[in-house]
Design a protein around this ligand. Structure first.
Ligand code: URA
Ligand code: URA
Length: 302
């Protein structure tokens, strides 16, 4: 039984699906163009999609200029040479919802909107005046930095003097150590993760954030995580771990376990600044990072 392709490649794809090649996944246009046509089963009820024709027709093998009126004869072996398909005007893109695949351009759109959302949030943060002492002492707020499409967020405590000056998280000595942990330990790029803090303002003299300061800043952390939607959070030090997980447990007791913040896996380790003061605990930090890497499915090179 021959079938006529009514509407160019789009019906061709549907025919392929009826013929049971949907396990190819969601073919993108380039796949369709290079795919071979396959025999069409007649027992599927394809009538909604393809019109049955009463006559058999030859399919031209070469120089197909206009694919609108291509006829497929099921009873002959047809190999459509698609190299020369010139006219693709009638091709519609299959909507991503239909294919279940995220189209490349919507991925880009997603990233853009995450960037836009973070930008909007960072403007709110910059105008925040909830903690009067911090507002009076800050040079600027430090929102966060990195790739918003990341799976992994590192959460620190609060900006220090260098961060306050530069407006970027973890750019002082502790930041250099954090970079080493990420690049030398995990073998990933620092710009591929996202880094932020519980507080977005520097506490004077680098004192520990007060509970009410952390409380004021909490919506900003929650919204940052809602936008990024990471799969993993690595808490650096007690302030990060205790505020994120709403606990008073010391970091030493939280190490080695996987916790959850909403549906995000949380690993807790020592703060890099603590590590600088206590180099002997680098071993434990590396164990924590290995646990994180294991959870993330990353290869650990010992
Ligand atoms: N310590 C932190 O907790 N965060 C920074 O951004 C820098 C140092
Ligand atoms: N206490 C902290 O506040 N941070 C650490 O990393 C370890 C102990």
């Amino acid at each position: 039984m021959p079938y006529r392709i009514r509407n160019g490649l789009i019906d061709y794809l549907e025919i392929m699906q009826i013929a049971g090649v949907s396990e190819l996944g969601a073919p993108v246009l380039s796949d369709c163009v290079s795919a071979e046509i396959v025999p069409v089963k007649t027992d599927g009820n394809p009538t909604e999609i393809i019109e049955q024709q009463n006559q058999t027709n030859e399919i031209p093998n070469k120089n197909i200029e206009n694919i609108e009126n291509i006829e497929i004869n099921k009873n002959t072996e047809n190999n459509i040479n698609t190299e020369n398909i010139e006219n693709t005007k009638n091709i519609e893109q299959i909507p991503a919802e239909k294919t279940g695949e995220i189209a490349q351009d919507s991925l880009i759109a997603m990233s853009k909107s995450k960037i836009d959302l973070l930008q909007e949030l960072s403007q709110k943060v910059a105008q925040c005046a909830r903690c009067s002492e911090l507002v009076l002492n800050r040079t600027q707020t430090v929102f966060g930095a990195g790739n918003p499409d990341t799976q992994l967020v590192f959460l620190g405590e609060a900006p220090g003097v260098d961060e306050d000056k530069r407006g970027q998280p973890f750019v002082g000595r502790a930041g250099v150590l954090l970079s080493d942990i990420i690049t030398k330990g995990m073998k990933i790029r620092r710009e591929d993760v996202y880094i932020c803090n519980v507080l977005r303002c520097r506490p004077p003299g680098n004192r520990t954030p007060l509970p009410e300061e952390a409380e004021h800043c909490k919506p900003f952390l929650e919204q940052t995580l809602e936008i990024i939607k990471p799969k993993f959070i690595c808490c650096l030090g007690a302030v990060a771990a205790q505020n994120l997980l709403q606990t008073t447990m010391p970091v030493g007791s939280m190490r080695g376990n996987v916790y959850y913040y909403k549906d995000i896996k949380v690993i807790c380790t020592y703060h890099p600044a603590y590590l600088l003061r206590n180099p002997a605990i680098k071993k434990q930090t590396w164990e924590d990072i290995q646990l994180l890497m294991h959870e993330m499915g990353l290869t650990v090179n010992k």
